[in-house]
Design a protein around this ligand. Structure first.
Ligand SMILES: Cc1cc2nc3c(=O)[nH]c(=O)nc-3n(C[C@H](O)[C@H](O)[C@H](O)COP(=O)(O)OP(=O)(O)OC[C@H]3O[C@@H](n4cnc5c(N)ncnc54)[C@H](O)[C@@H]3O)c2cc1C
Length: 358
């Protein structure tokens, strides 16, 4: 069985490792644009200088997996074409290219490794008293604003977004806002319409929907939206957001040799998260094990337990959820939540490396 895994994030790495352990005869090639496994959920730490997000990919992969550094340009009929002109044939492919960002002009996005590197360098060069603006009221924006405020109390940090922490319960949302306030991160409940040019490389004026404006020495785009267009370019059926449409077994509805997992898969009821990507990856690997044994795959079902958000290194909020991801009233905060969040973050990397059945 020849298997090509496209994308070495949480989903691709877990699936490749699980399959390698379960099917010794599988010839697995992992394609990654860089020689590192990037812990995307630690990119805000990487930017603020409070943690590292890159681990050599070789140390994450089972010894039988062949790593190929490159980017897949197109998936064809049982073959993938790479940007270096090469191609690799497959019996099965795992499409795990994650999600991407479309930043507003004159902002630096936090959601990819390359842009996080730029943001880290720009932040490190800011003098005391400078203003950092983080755009995006979702978990990525909140975590980024809190991390920067905690690491650089000498800066003025502003988080701009509508419905900040909107996916949390009322009480958890208030707790998140209180945590941001404690870190002196100002929350501006508004929409950014434009960032116009300023004098310096990253300096600009942030214009808000309400008509207000202020200058910002560095503006970070913390909205994760969209999907790499590989599925679209390859002629696979996608939803309006560009995610590949899958059947109940996580196979592309256009080509049942291609399993789609993680942020780039359009799975009803699923949100982009490690908590989504890792069980999908485990499931897809199990499906390939069954196919290798001449059995039929089992359908996948999505389930959730919590949403965790860090507020710097000393505070966090963990919102407990029902199986269908609707929020419960209960949540944890403070030291207990810091431990839970760290277990979840470290655990996501650990399961990617070990490839358990989850
Ligand atoms: C700052 C931040 C904080 C977050 N915090 C949390 C959190 O606390 N909890 C949580 O559950 N989720 C969190 N998320 C979301 C989480 O990171 C994603 O849901 C998760 O990474 C999805 O895993 P994945 O394997 O689908 O994609 P990714 O981890 O994004 O991996 C996809 C990989 O595919 C590669 N790739 C893309 N195109 C190609 C191509 N054409 N060829 C080859 N390779 C390609 C990419 O470079 C990338 O390495 C956070 C995200 C960000 C940005």
């Amino acid at each position: 069985m020849k298997v090509v895994v496209i994308g070495a994030g949480y989903a691709g790495t877990l699936a490749a490792n699980r399959l390698a352990r379960k099917v010794k005869s599988a010839q697995i090639t992992m394609i990654s644009p860089r020689p590192d496994f990037v812990e995307r959920i630690r990119l805000h730490q990487h930017i603020a200088g409070t943690g590292t997000a890159a681990t050599p990919l070789a140390s994450m992969l089972h010894r039988s997996i062949t790593a190929r550094i490159g980017t897949v340009e197109k998936i064809g009929d049982g073959t993938v074409a790479l940007d270096d002109g090469g191609s690799i044939d497959f019996d099965y492919a795992l499409l795990a290219v994650g999600s991407t960002v479309t930043p507003m002009h004159r902002t630096v996005p936090v959601g990819t490794w390359e842009s996080a590197e730029r943001a880290r360098a720009a932040l490190a060069s800011l003098p005391s008293g400078a203003t950092v603006t983080v755009i995006g009221g979702g978990p990525t924006g909140i975590e980024t604003a809190a991390e920067v405020a905690g690491a650089r109390p000498d800066l003025r940090v502003r988080l701009v977004g509508t419905s900040v922490a909107g996916s949390f319960s009322d009480a958890a949302r208030q707790r998140i806002r209180a945590g941001l306030q404690r870190l002196n991160a100002e929350v501006i409940d508004d929409d950014v319409t434009e960032v116009s040019a300023g004098a310096g490389q990253f300096e600009g004026t942030v214009h808000l929907q309400s008509g207000a404006e202020f200058t910002s020495d560095l503006t970070l785009w913390a909205v994760v939206s969209g999907t790499p267009d590989l599925a679209t370019r390859s002629g696979l059926e996608v939803n309006p957001e560009g995610r590949a449409v899958v059947d109940e077994f996580l196979r592309s509805v256009s080509d049942n040799r291609i399993f789609v997992i993680g942020d780039c898969a359009a799975v009803p009821g699923a949100r982009p998260a490690c908590q989504t990507a890792t069980p999908q990856a485990s499931h897809a690997a199990n499906a390939l094990v069954r196919l290798a044994q001449g059995r039929t795959p089992k359908p996948h079902s999505t389930r959730y337990v919590a949403r965790a958000i860090s507020l710097g290194r000393r505070d966090a909020v963990v919102q407990f959820t029902r199986r269908d991801d609707s929020v419960r009233r209960s949540f944890a905060s403070g030291a207990a939540a810091v431990v839970l969040k760290e277990v979840a973050s470290g655990g996501a990397k650990w399961v990617a490396r070990i490839g358990p059945n989850i």
